[in-house]
Design a protein. Structure first.
Lengths: 479, 479
C-alpha cells in the first residue's frame, strides 16, 4: 500500500527497474560476488521494521571498506543512480526503502571495532558494528557504550537516525555521544569530522550535521563514540501508579531535583499486560515506572531513597527492588522486548509506532489527550515511554491485510503528532523522519527552516542521489 | 599590525570606508538615534579582547528586536554590505573585527529574559543577555545555567563561538546546552531551530549548525537554553603537585573513575603567582589543581574522599578545603580573574591566548612539550587549563608596541597548535576560529571537509555578507 503520510510525489516515483549495464559491470569489478541482484536479497534490503510495504533496490552491494563505499558513490554519481545505506534494517520509519530504486549499500560486513581507548573513554568503530557487539568488546575495560534503542541496531544506523533510548535521560543521545565521523560524500570524496578531543570550537559542527541526516548527506564509514565508566553499583526497581498522571508527575519531580537517574521508563496497563504475557512477569496491570540507578554504592542507595519517597508522594505502590543482576536483567530484558511483546497482543499484526517527544511539563497532558483518542479506537494501542526525556511511543497494532486499519492508525498518528507539536514538542524523539514523518516537517519546522535544510541537501548532494525521497520534500510545498 | 596567522587576502581587503547613502538612509529610518557612525562608537565595535589592532565598521546599529535585525540583514543584502553581529565584545580571536567594513549589529540592548520554565529546566533569552544576568534571574528558582567561559559574555556570543569553560567537564558546552534558536538568515528571513523538547530526530540539526558558526551563517536573535538544578551541596578544594604530569595524571584517573566532578582546573606555577598577586591568595607557586564538587551532602563527601585519595596517590600536597561559600567564592573568583591577573605579570601587556584541546591521554605530553617551547622564550607565558576536557590556555604576554614580541608569540602559538593537532586534538577548544586560527583549519580538517563547510556557507550566505573573512577562506587553498 501507499502510505498516506508520505507525499504522493515521492512514493509514486517509479523505480528504474534495472541499473545501467555499465554501472552494473563497474560495480561487479569492485564487489565481485558481493554484488547481488537476486530478488530475495533485494527484498531483504527493501524493507525494515515499519509497516510500509517493501520497495526494492535494483542491486545490493556488501561493502567491506571505505574505499569500496567511495567507489560506489563515485560510480553511482556518474550514472545518476541512488544509493541507500543499509545497516541492521531495524528502522521503524521506512528509512531504507528504495523508493526510487538504486543501489542498497549493505554495511553489515563493516563490523570491525577499530580501536578502544580506555584512557580517553572513546572507541572507533566501523558502521556495521552493533551496540551489543561494542558492549561485549568493552567487557574487560570497565567501560560501556550507553545508547540503547532497544533493537541491536548498527552504530552507523544509530548515528544516521540520531538514536537514543532508555538511558538518554542520563547519558544523552547519539548527538552527545559521537565525537567524530568518517563520511563518504556524494561524489566519493571522504572526509573526517571532529577530532579525538572532547570539545572543539573549530568551524561548523559537521559531526552533528551528519548525525541524524538519515543517509541523505553522506555515508558514515567510521564513527568515534564516547564511552562511560561502568557504575560501581546498579540497582533497578519497578513501581505501579493509580494513574498515568501520578507516574509522570513523579518523574518530573525526580528530574527537577537533579537525581542522576540512569533510566526511567513508563509502561501503561496494556503494555504491562503484554510484558507479563511475553516475559512471564507479574507486574500489576496498571501504569508502571521502571527505574535504573547508577552510581557508587552509597550514591545508588541515596537515589533509591529519594525516588521511592517521591513515588510514594505520588501514590506509587509496590516499589519493588531488583539489586541482583539476574532480577535486573529480567526486568530490563522484558522492557527491551516490549516491541515484540506488544505485537503479541494481536497475533499477526504489525505496529505503526509513534515517537513524539514534548517538554516534560506537558507530558502528562500529552499522554492524557492521546489516551482519550485511543480509547475510541478499535485498535489495541499500548504505550511505553522514555518519560525522563518527555518521549513516548504508542504501538498502534494493525492487521497488515486490512487497509482500513492502516487508515485508522494514520488517523491516530496524526492526532498524536499534532497534539505534541502544539505542546512545543517534536514529531520524532529518536526514530527519525524516514518516509513516515515527512508530512509533519512543515508543521514542526516551518517552510523557511526547511528551506535551510534543502539548501544544505542541495549543496552536498546536488543530484539528490543519497537516500532520495526521505526526510523532506525538496520542493517548497507551501507559500 | 597585520596578523601573520590570518591569510593576507582577508586582512588586506580594504574597508569600503563609507556605506552607500541609500543604505544609511534606510537604516536611519529603522534605527533613528540608534544608528551611529561616530568614530568612538565604531572604534568600540571594531576591537575585542584579542591582540589584533582594531578594524572599524562603517556604522553601528543598536538592535532591539528580531524585526530590526531582519530588516538590517535585508537592507544590507540589497546593498551587498557586510553585517557583523556584536554581543559583549569579549572574543579573544578577532571575531567581531570589521575586516571588510560594513555594519556592526550591536545586540547588547536585546537583553531580555523572555521566559524561565523551571518545570522544563529551560530558559529563553535574547542574545544580549549575559550569563551572569541569567544566573541572577534564576536565583529564586533553584536552577542555574552552568556554562561559564570566565568573561561575562553574552549568550548570543557564547552560542556563536560554542563556548564552554570551567564546568564543561560535568555540564557540557554550549553544544549540549542549547535546545533551540531563533535565527535571522542572510536575506532577512527568520527561522526557528529545535523545539522545547529535550531531544528530537526530526531533520538536520540546525541548532548545532548555528551554534559555533561565529555569525557567518545567520544572526542569533533568541536562544532557548538548558538549566540545571542547583546542587544541594557544593565544595571546593585546591591542591598543589610537584609536577604538571602528576596533576594531569590525577585528573585522568578522576575522569576514568567516573567521579562526576563539576570543575577541575589546572594552574601552573607562574599562573599561581599571578593569582596570589592579583587576588591576594597564598597558593603554593607550583602546579595546582582547583576542584569543585556538586551533589548531595553525602555525594559530595564521597567525591571529595575519592579525589583527595587520588591526589595523594599522585603526590598532591596541601589538599585544602573551602566548604564555606565565601572561601569557595574567593578561590573561584581568583580563577575567573586569571586572565586579568596574568596580564599583570607584565604591566601594559596584551595576551595572545592559545586554546588547544587534546584527548586527555595526551594532555600531559602536550603540556610538557609546550612547556619546553616556552622555556626558551623571553615572553612570560602562564598556563591555565580546563584539564578535565583536555583543554588548556597559554597566555603569551606581549608588549603591544613591540612587533617582534608578536612574532615570537605567533611562533610559540604555531608550535603549540601543531603539536596539539599531531596528538589528535583541535586548535580551539572553546574560543573559536575568528581571524586568528584560520590558518590552522586546513591542517585540522583537511581541504575536503573545509569544502563541505564552504558549500554550507555558500548555500546560506551566497554573497558572503555575514561576518565575512572569519573562520575559513572561501577559496580552496591547496590542491
Amino acid at each position: 500500500m501507499n502510505h498516506p503520510a508520505a507525499p504522493a510525489s515521492i512514493m509514486q516515483t517509479p523505480s528504474r527497474g534495472v541499473l545501467p549495464p555499465a554501472l552494473l559491470d563497474a560495480l561487479r569489478l569492485v564487489f565481485g560476488e558481493r554484488l547481488s541482484t537476486a530478488e530475495a536479497v533485494r527484498a531483504h534490503h527493501g524493507r525494515d521494521e515499519s509497516a510500509f510495504d517493501p520497495r526494492l533496490p535494483d542491486a545490493v552491494v556488501f561493502a567491506e571498506t571505505t574505499d569500496e563505499i567511495s567507489a560506489t558513490l563515485r560510480l553511482c554519481a556518474e550514472h545518476a543512480v541512488p544509493v541507500i545505506p543499509f545497516g541492521a534494517g531495524s528502522s521503524l520509519e521506512g528509512h531504507i526503502l528504495a523508493v526510487n530504486g538504486g543501489v542498497s549499500m549493505d554495511l553489515s560486513r563493516m563490523n570491525h571495532i577499530l580501536s578502544i581507548d580506555p584512557e580517553d573513554l572513546i572507541a572507533t568503530v566501523e558502521p556495521g558494528v552493533t551496540r551489543k557487539q561494542l558492549n561485549d568488546a568493552l567487557r574487560e575495560t570497565g567501560l560501556f557504550f550507553p545508547i540503547d534503542p532497544g533493537a541491536d541496531a548498527s552504530l552507523g544506523g544509530m548515528c544516521a537516525t540520531r538514536a537514543s533510548g532508555t538511558n538518554a535521560v542520563r547519558y544523552g543521545t547519539m548527538r552527545e555521544n559521537v565525537l567524530g565521523l568518517k563520511v563518504a560524500l556524494a561524489d566519493g570524496r571522504v572526509i573526517r569530522t571532529g577530532t579525538r578531543a572532547r570539545k572543539s570550537s573549530a568551524g561548523y559542527d559537521l559531526t552533528r550535521l551528519f548525525v541524524g541526516s538519515e543517509g541523505t548527506l553522506g555515508v558514515i564509514t567510521e564513527a568515534t563514540v564516547r564511552l562511560h565508566p561502568l557504575p560501581e553499583a546498579v540497582s533497578a526497581a519497578s513501581c505501579s501508579f493509580p494513574s498515568m498522571v501520578d507516574a509522570v508527575n513523579a518523574v518530573i519531580q525526580v528530574i527537577q531535583l537533579g537525581v542522576p537517574i540512569a533510566r526511567v521508563e513508563f509502561v501503561d496497563a496494556l503494555a504491562a499486560r503484554s510484558l507479563n504475557m511475553h516475559s512471564h512477569l507479574s507486574l500489576k496491570e496498571s501504569p508502571q515506572l521502571f527505574f535504573e540507578f547508577h552510581g557508587t554504592e552509597a550514591g545508588v542507595e541515596e537515589q533509591v531513597r529519594t525516588v521511592s519517597e517521591i513515588a510514594a508522594d505520588h501514590h506509587g505502590e509496590g516499589f519493588e527492588w531488583a539489586t541482583r543482576p539476574e532480577d535486573r536483567s529480567r526486568l530490563w530484558n522484558a522492557r527491551h522486548n516490549a516491541y515484540f511483546a506488544m505485537l503479541q497482543l494481536k497475533p499477526g499484526s504489525r505496529a505503526m509506532t509513534t515517537d513524539v517527544c514534548v517538554p516534560i511539563s506537558r507530558l502528562a497532558e500529552c499522554i492524557a489527550g492521546t489516551e482519550q483518542d485511543l480509547a475510541s479506537s478499535p485498535l489495541p494501542c499500548p504505550i511505553v515511554g522514555h518519560v525522563g526525556d518527555g518521549n513516548f511511543h504508542v504501538a498502534i497494532l494493525v492487521d497488515p491485510n486490512q487497509p482500513a486499519e492502516y487508515e485508522e492508525a494514520e488517523r491516530l498518528n496524526h492526532l498524536i503528532v499534532r497534539r505534541a507539536l502544539a505542546l512545543g514538542g517534536t514529531c520524532t524523539g529518536e526514530h527519525g523522519i524516514g518516509l513516515h514523518k515527512i508530512g509533519f516537517m512543515h508543521e514542526e519546522h516551518g517552510e523557511d527552516a526547511l528551506d535551510v535544510m534543502r539548501a544544505i541537501k542541495r549543496a552536498l548532494d546536488p543530484a539528490n542521489l543519497l537516500n532520495p525521497g526521505k526526510m523532506f520534500s525538496l520542493e517548497r510545498e507551501r507559500p
